[in-house]
Design a binder for this molecule. Structure first.
Ligand code: SDX
Length: 393
């Protein structure tokens, strides 16, 4: 079985690589990390435990989880010179390019953990990234609102630490709502990996040149920024707010999508692989209802989202094209209810996807058989022709 299938377009769809990390059945709506169903992990596990599972291949024992957690806790601080990077960014910078710049800069500060073939250095760069990305993300937000940065408090879990560095102030104590911590932790689990999506394939492709982990993940962050990929959760909120501005007329918006008005798509719908309901979307939809009920978020936008989903699931245009809600359709409503600005939504996606990127980079580095080969192409340009001197052109 060569993994080659010929698409209707005549192009050959090749399996880009082999991997033992995540299994997806797009028709059946199945997603498993290292064999464990996403529904069970979302309900019973924690983000750090799932990170260990994806990266090391097994659920950790209690002792292994404690040791993994403690190692990560010790690396949550940023180098003081890296903190000064944030002074240079414009106040209105989007946090995603700030994230990719800071992650790329990690390879200048931590040159003792760049060798992809030294197991201790790979482990150290893994722990540094898992520990520092939440701190970098929180600082990108603080920079955008002109508030002082908070140092990490390592008595807290990674997710609590992130919420405190994001929403806390030096002048007063901050206690993250345990329900919020649990919901955010579960959302990070849902985003932790997804096979060969655009950003993960980017990490693998860059890493296939033996580029270090920080450089490869920085490239993945840039790929995730795209509105058709990780940027979709931000675009969904902008779409819902646009429908609200137009009087909440869902039917009129659906018609615009069906008429294929330029730039009008049902954001948060459709998927390259899932041609049925994205199993993550079902879990997020329920969490959205729970969080909005508890926090009293923007019910009007939730109502518009529910009406949009209902309209699309019963309309032949979407049914024929097998367009269902994907993981991004409801997440933005939850993040907004938690107090995150729209521009931080894709940053939260990147925080979730980080263990998946790391797991794929490590798998590819340790097993060249799983490397994405150098892709070839079907040449469609000019046939051979001779040079024409300038005077004759
Ligand atoms: C993520 O790969 C991953 O795993 C990604 C991800 C992950 O965890 O990493 O799951 C995260 O990126 C989820 C996707 C988030 N993006 C969006 O929600 C943006 C909106 N979605 C579309 O851009 C689109 O659905 C894609 C790109 C996600 C998938 O496109 P497909 O399945 O390849 O479909 P297509 O582009 O070949 O289109 C098929 C038809 C076309 O109509 P026709 O030309 O046949 O008439 O469906 C239409 C498209 O116009 N279509 C849509 C649509 N998506 C496809 N029409 C309206 N709204 C949409 N969202």
């Amino acid at each position: 079985d060569t993994g080659l299938t010929t698409l209707d377009s005549g192009f050959v769809n090749t399996a880009s690589c082999s991997s033992a990390i995540t299994y997806i059945d797009g028709d059946a709506g199945i997603l498993r990390y290292r064999g464990y169903p996403i529904e069970q992990l979302a309900e019973k596990s924690s983000f750090l435990e799932v990170s260990h599972l994806l990266i090391h291949g097994e659920l950790p024992s209690a002792g292994e989880l404690d040791e993994f957690t403690d190692r990560i806790r010790r690396h949550t601080l940023l180098h003081e010179d890296l903190k000064r990077f944030f002074d240079g960014f414009p106040r209105d910078a989007h946090p995603m390019p700030v994230l990719s710049s800071a992650v790329s800069a990690l390879s200048t500060f931590y040159q003792d953990s760049l060798d992809p073939f030294d197991d201790d250095q790979v482990e150290l760069s893994t722990v540094r990234l898992l520990a520092k990305l939440p701190t970098i993300a929180a600082y990108a937000y603080k920079k955008s609102v002109g508030q002082p940065f908070l140092y990490p408090d390592n008595s807290l879990s990674l997710t609590e630490n992130f919420l405190r560095m994001t929403f806390g102030f030096p002048a007063e104590p901050y206690e993250a709502d345990p329900e919020l911590v649990k919901t955010l932790d579960m959302l990070l689990i849902l985003h932790a990996d997804h096979e060969q999506n655009c950003s993960t394939s980017t990490v693998r492709m860059v890493g296939s040149s033996n580029a270090n982990l920080f450089a490869s993940v920085s490239a993945g962050i840039n790929a995730l920024f795209g509105p058709l990929h990780g940027g979709a959760n931000q675009s969904v909120l902008e779409m819902l707010e646009g429908i609200r501005r137009d009087g909440g007329d869902v039917a009129a918006f659906v018609e615009r999508v069906k008429n294929k008005e330029p730039g009008v798509k049902l954001m948060g719908f459709g998927h390259r692989v899932y041609k049925s309901y994205d199993p993550r979307a079902a879990i997020v939809a329920q969490a959205a209802r729970d969080v909005l009920a508890k926090l009293g978020g923007d019910d009007e936008l939730l109502d518009i989202a529910l009406a949009l989903e209902q309209a699309a699931l019963t309309d032949d245009y979407f049914v024929e094209r097998r367009l269902y809600p994907n993981v991004d359709f409801y997440t933005g409503l939850i993040y907004r209810a938690m107090g995150f600005p729209t521009r931080m939504f894709t940053v939260l996606f990147a925080m979730g996807r980080l263990p998946g990127w790391i797991a794929h980079w490590r798998e590819m580095i340790s097993d060249p058989q799983t490397k994405i080969g150098r892709p070839r192409q079907i040449y469609t340009g000019a046939t051979e022709r001779s040079y024409v001197d300038l005077a004759q052109r």
